[in-house]
Ligand binder design. Structure first.
Ligand SMILES: [Zn+2]
Length: 125
C-alpha cells in the first residue's frame, strides 16, 4: 500500500480521492486529491457561500500533485466523481473469494455419508 499518497482533508479528516482531471479542462489532466465527503463542513458551507456571492455551485477541498491546495469549484454533488481513479484501490481491494478446499472436502464427505444413509434406508425396506 502506498501510504505516502494517502492524503486527508484538512477540514474533516476524510481520505482524499485520487482524481484524474479532464485534459481538456482548466486543470489540463492534473491529478487532484479531492475530499468527496458530503458531510465535510467545508463542502457543506460552500453552496451557501457561493450563493451569497451570487454564484452557483459549490466547492470541495483539494490537494494537487504539484502541492497546491484549496477549493475546487463544482457544479453538482457528482462533479468529478466520474473521474476518481479506481485503480488507486486495486491494491487494497480484497481478493475474490476462492472456494475453501476444506469446506469442499467436508461437503464431499457429507455427500458420501448421505449416499450411505440412503443405501441403508433402501436396504432396510
Ligand atoms: Zn473534507
Amino acid at each position: 500500500m502506498l501510504k505516502s499518497k494517502n492524503y486527508n482533508c484538512v477540514h474533516c479528516g476524510y481520505a482524499l480521492e485520487k482524481t484524474q482531471t479532464d485534459p481538456n479542462s482548466d486543470w489540463m489532466g492534473e491529478i487532484l486529491y479531492i475530499c468527496f465527503n458530503n458531510s465535510c463542513s467545508f463542502y457543506k458551507n460552500s453552496f451557501l457561500v457561493m450563493k451569497m456571492q451570487g454564484a452557483t455551485g459549490g466547492y470541495r477541498y483539494y490537494y494537487s500533485e504539484s502541492g497546491q491546495e484549496g477549493s475546487l469549484l463544482i457544479l453538482t454533488d457528482n462533479s468529478f466523481t466520474d473521474r476518481i481513479c479506481h485503480s488507486w484501490y486495486s491494491e487494497t481491494e480484497p481478493e475474490p473469494i476462492e472456494p475453501d478446499n476444506e469446506v469442499v472436502a467436508y461437503l464431499k464427505q457429507l455427500e458420501k455419508k448421505l449416499d450411505q444413509i440412503l443405501l441403508l434406508i433402501k436396504g432396510s425396506k
